[in-house]
Design a protein around this ligand. Structure first.
Ligand SMILES: [Zn+2]
Ligand SMILES: [Zn+2]
Ligand SMILES: [Zn+2]
Length: 331
């Protein structure tokens, strides 16, 4: 479990860097806190695919100079400011802001404490039924005035495949697993050939039939999201041991797809190997994620729709996408 937690933290920080608030927004809030004896500039980074809806606060010391936003959109930050009350002597600022993450009661909460005397503190919490789907972090510095506090919430299901050996095929535009370069069976290369196979009695016989060349890797190494079930996550994605493409290992319209692979797989069935993946679908594009990946309802593989070419589908012709847009990691 320790290894998994390490990956969560690295991923969360990577994503938070791309979502963090612009310097001038933080400076604007800081400037308004000039007069207070104690003040905190609070940045809440939403690195998830869901909206954070402000649901409440409990400010036990001080007040807000800049109120928290009512909605933090997916992959967006919000910056607000808290301060000691003017005229108050011997108190700082301390409070909690609560955000709803879904409609079943899961909440993200951030807490800061900049007391009149003593060290500063920050904490983040997730409470509620879906709390295990998320990861979070918090930080606060020392000091009395304009103390930066930062809270980040991320989604475990956005973690990428740590093997990261996926790449697009230059010919058929599908995503395939290529740890050593060319692998699998590429649909447009279908041709007839004669090969020798060993028969049951140990002798070799020659057989003529359809064969496919391996895919041609080109471009970036890509990652496939895995993790836990969450909203807008599609289950059942696997790597095919025959064609090496990422495909959906399920049944639709009484079919299970079409695998382009040769002699020993005459019913053209995909066969799962390796781990299962959960792909985000129909959500706003996150930093580091690429949209426009589609599921082909004829062959069941994932393909990059803008580059779909004729003869790229193992069932013949072009792929036929369903309505959903899937995402994979590009960094
Ligand atoms: Zn290919
Ligand atoms: Zn296959
Ligand atoms: Zn297809």
């Amino acid at each position: 479990m320790a290894e998994v937690n390490l990956v969560v933290d690295v991923n969360l920080e990577e994503m938070a860097k791309q979502v963090q608030a612009a310097r001038d927004i933080i400076d604007d809030v800081s400037a308004l806190l000039e007069d207070a004896a104690r003040s905190v500039v609070i940045e809440v980074v939403n690195a998830t695919t869901c909206k954070l809806l402000y649901v409440g606060r409990n400010v036990s010391h001080g007040t807000f100079e800049v109120l928290p936003g009512t909605v933090i959109e997916p992959f967006s930050p919000n910056v607000f400011g808290a301060r000691s009350s003017s005229g108050a002597v011997g108190t700082g600022t301390e409070g909690i802001v609560r955000y709803a993450m879904d409609d079943v009661g899961t909440e993200f909460r951030v807490r800061w404490d900049n007391p009149f005397s003593g060290g500063n503190e920050a904490q983040a919490f997730i409470e509620g039924p879906n709390k295990d789907l998320y990861s979070y972090s918090h930080m606060i510095t020392g000091g009395n005035k304009k103390v930066p506090a930062r809270f980040v919430v991320g989604e475990k299901a956005l973690l990428r495949d740590p093997e990261s050996a996926w790449i697009t095929c230059d010919r058929c535009k599908a995503l395939f697993y290529a740890p050593g370069g060319s692998q699998g069976a590429c649909p447009p290369t279908k041709h007839t050939d004669t090969i020798s196979v060993s028969s049951d009695d140990g002798t070799y016989i020659f057989v003529t039939g359809d064969v496919w060349d391996p895919h041609q890797p080109k471009g970036w190494i890509l990652g496939v999201p895995y993790g836990q079930y969450a909203l807008h996550r599609s289950e059942g994605w696997r790597r095919c041991q025959n064609c090496k493409m990422l495909y959906w290992d399920g049944e639709l319209n009484n079919g299970r797809g079409v695998c382009p692979s040769g002699f020993l797989n005459s019913n053209h069935a995909h066969a799962a190997e390796g781990q299962a993946y959960l792909l985000p679908y129909d959500v706003k594009t996150a930093p580091g994620l690429q949209n426009d990946w589609r599921f082909c309802e004829k062959c069941f593989v994932l393909f990059f729709e803008p580059h779909d070419v004729d003869n790229s589908c193992a069932a013949g012709g072009k792929h036929r996408p369903t309505a959903h847009k899937f995402q994979i990691n590009i960094v």
